[in-house]
Design a protein around this ligand. Structure first.
Ligand SMILES: Cc1cc2nc3c(=O)[nH]c(=O)nc-3n(C[C@H](O)[C@H](O)[C@H](O)COP(=O)(O)OP(=O)(O)OC[C@H]3O[C@@H](n4cnc5c(N)ncnc54)[C@H](O)[C@@H]3O)c2cc1C
Length: 417
């Protein structure tokens, strides 16, 4: 039987739409609220990759070792605005604390509990939606230019070994045969057979929203101003234009803005924006026949055949929410891509920047409020919002409906901070 009030999911990005759709498909009354068009936030421009091996803890000794060198180099995969670096110091201190060996293992265990089921959950979601065409059957090559880079990256292979993910190391002719477009200067690649990609990230979000509506969920345009509560828990949400919607369950999945609402409700989510860029190339010349998505860990960028062309993107820029994009970051990635794929033409392009909502310990917040009954949070998906999208929907819907999720949700609790 449906409850009298709708469950309100605020934020129609990857962290919210899967939850709203799952609840609607299970027969719950749902409103998905967004101040803009669904899927037009950070979820619009990601690299489309279901990166099931991408759950390494971001804070680890190898990252720390590189940080000083990266900070001095505008071409580095990670950069920080020096003035902003001071402002983000509290987050950065938590980031360092997350890099203790015991904590790294906990973070990896938690990440693996989501990542190892992510592809299956996305497949199942798309099957249920009769939208399997949104998943490419092509997979991913992880590139290494030198033997040293490969050895430096061994940690990721050990991670995959530990959690039972498959991979294959390709060298020389075997690599060239798989992907003839690659620059012969690239020595090795790791084939990641479980890292598929979606054929269009924006269409993926839109299809989930449409399916939610098919199941009776309502999409509403409006900006959340605050959540009203009394001693029993959530009572309503108030929108900026004054509208008041009564509810006893609300999910805050507002990307970077989630932290502000949490703060107003006496809870702390340390979120930082890891700004990232893409260039969408609609006339890629000889690279139009690219068979795989490519990830180059050393240079922190990806190339994915998606959204009707070739998308080049990645990079991490710590510079806050308000500073104008530095398009040079996007152009550096295109130069890297031209090196990897010498036949790539850069014609008919658009550039984009987005804000990855990142926690200092890499793993998302998928949690009931520790303070207010009926309040839930879904945020901090960082580099893996697409990867975790369907899994987030299932686990959060279980939690909201009072069922036991199939994954231990303790590591994702809001009160871990
Ligand atoms: C360059 C780049 C590449 C990436 N590549 C990948 C990848 O290959 N694979 C992967 O898994 N992940 C990737 N990601 C990460 C992924 O895109 C993010 O983790 C994900 O999009 C975050 O989704 P979100 O729903 O939290 O945020 P958003 O998509 O930003 O959604 C938040 C929504 O909340 C709404 N909102 C905010 N405030 C309010 C309010 N007050 N009232 C109502 N609505 C509100 C916004 O309008 C927005 O629609 C990448 C990210 C970037 C930047």
């Amino acid at each position: 039987m449906q409850a009298a009030h709708p469950i309100i999911v605020v934020g129609a990005g990857l962290a919210g739409v899967g939850i709203a759709r799952e609840l609607a498909a299970r027969g719950e009354k749902v409103i998905l609220l967004d101040k803009g068009e669904p899927g037009r936030g950070t979820s619009f421009g990601n690299m489309a990759s279901i990166a099931v091996n991408g759950f390494d803890a971001a804070s680890r000794p190898s990252t720390w070792k590189n940080l000083p060198r990266w900070m001095m180099n505008p071409q580095a995969p990670v950069t920080a605005d020096p003035l902003y670096a001071v402002k983000m110091m509290p987050w950065f201190l938590r980031f360092l604390a997350a890099g203790r060996p015991k904590r790294i293992r906990e973070i990896e265990d938690a990440g693996a509990s989501l990542a190892t089921r992510a592809l299956g959950d996305i497949r199942s979601l798309l099957d249920q939606m009769a939208a399997s065409d949104l998943l490419s059957e092509a997979t991913c090559l992880q590139l290494y230019e030198t033997e040293k880079a490969f050895q430096d990256g061994r940690g990721n292979l050990e991670l995959m070994d530990r959690y039972g993910l498959k991979y294959e190391v390709l060298v020389g002719p075997a690599l060239r045969e798989r992907e003839p477009l690659l620059n012969p200067a690239i020595l090795k690649a790791v084939l990641l057979p479980q890292n598929h990609f979606v054929t269009d990230p924006y269409r993926y979000v839109s299809a989930i929203v449409a399916d939610m509506q098919k199941h009776g969920g309502e999409l509403m345009n409006g900006e959340l101003a605050r959540v009203e509560r009394d001693i029993r828990g959530v009572t309503a949400v108030i929108l900026k234009d004054g509208r008041r919607i009564e509810t006893d369950r609300v999910v805050i999945a507002m990307g970077m803005q989630t932290a502000d609402i949490a703060k107003a409700l006496d809870e702390s989510i340390p979120l930082e924006t890891e700004r990232g860029y893409h260039t969408q190339i609609m006339a890629p010349g000889g690279a139009a026949g690219l068979r795989y998505s490519l990830i180059w860990p050393e240079r922190a960028f990806m190339v994915t055949p998606t959204a009707g062309g070739i998308r080049v993107g990645g990079s991490v820029e710590m510079a806050g929410l308000t500073r104008a994009p530095n398009w040079r970051r996007a152009r550096i990635l295109v130069e890297h891509a031209k090196f990897a794929l010498p036949s790539l033409d850069v014609g008919n392009t658009t550039e984009w920047m987005g804000h990855r909502p990142a926690t200092p310990d890499t793993i998302p917040v998928l949690s009931a409020s520790a303070k207010t009954k009926g309040l839930y949070y879904s945020t901090g998906h960082g580099h893996l919002g697409l990867t975790y999208s369907a899994t987030t929907g299932i686990l959060m819907a279980d939690m909201i409906m009072g069922r036991t999720p199939p994954v231990d949700m303790t590591p994702f609790r809001i009160d871990r901070f």
